[in-house]
Write a protein that binds this ligand. Sequence first.
Ligand SMILES: O=C(CO)COP(=O)(O)O
Length: 251
Amino acid sequence: MRRKLAAGNWKMNGTGAALDALDAIATAHPAPTVDILICPPATLLSRASQAILGSAVTLGGQDCHAEASGAHTGDISAAMLADAGAGAVILGHSERRADHAETDAQVCAKTRAALEAGLIAVVCIGETLAEREAGQTLDVVCGQLAGSLPDGITGNQIVVAYEPVWAIGTGKVPTLEQIAEVHDALRGQLVGRYGAETGHGIRLLYGGSVKPGNAAEIFAVSNVDGALVGGASLSAADFSPIVTALELAAG
Ligand SMILES: O=C(CO)COP(=O)(O)O
């Protein structure tokens, strides 16, 4: 059985004061029956790891460089994230693919670097509205999945997050049938490429306007193992009910 995962992506939000929200999330879930991952800005990782020492919450970065070290001004390596207290890293988020022109090949190289540093890689894929309207959704997400994941992985090293670009921060959410169609296709591709054990072991998250009000129905969809939450992960008042909904779905 895949353990479900409630993940929060704080994006470029949060200074020291935001550690209160992190503490509130950790305090609200002292012994969760699902995994909880919060990915604050890298500047907060060290303080965050001190602030929630001993809690059930894992911390993650939001990107890493493909190299372990070197002359890459402004970049952060996976080993540095691990050193700062991260256990995971989000890679290939659509905002990085759009803002920094990240390609599948680059995401794949970063994923390899993350695994080498002992981090779980949360690899993001998702179609634009134009691609969905052109009927290309499955082609796009399956192509991104194929190009962004390396060979030779195990199921517990990788999480895949399906985040339709048009659903991020918009309040728009695909129908449950549309989510199921994509997640089932991704599962089939993972099993085909990596075999049953690894393919069934990789968790598939849905992301894009997940809120307390829609989480339960999304978590009931086939092959949805949790969520990657943006805006609603910034406060315990919003994120905590999502964690609870996932615990209920986990049974
Ligand atoms: O991009 C997301 C998480 O990575 C989703 O963001 P929202 O939950 O704010 O739509």
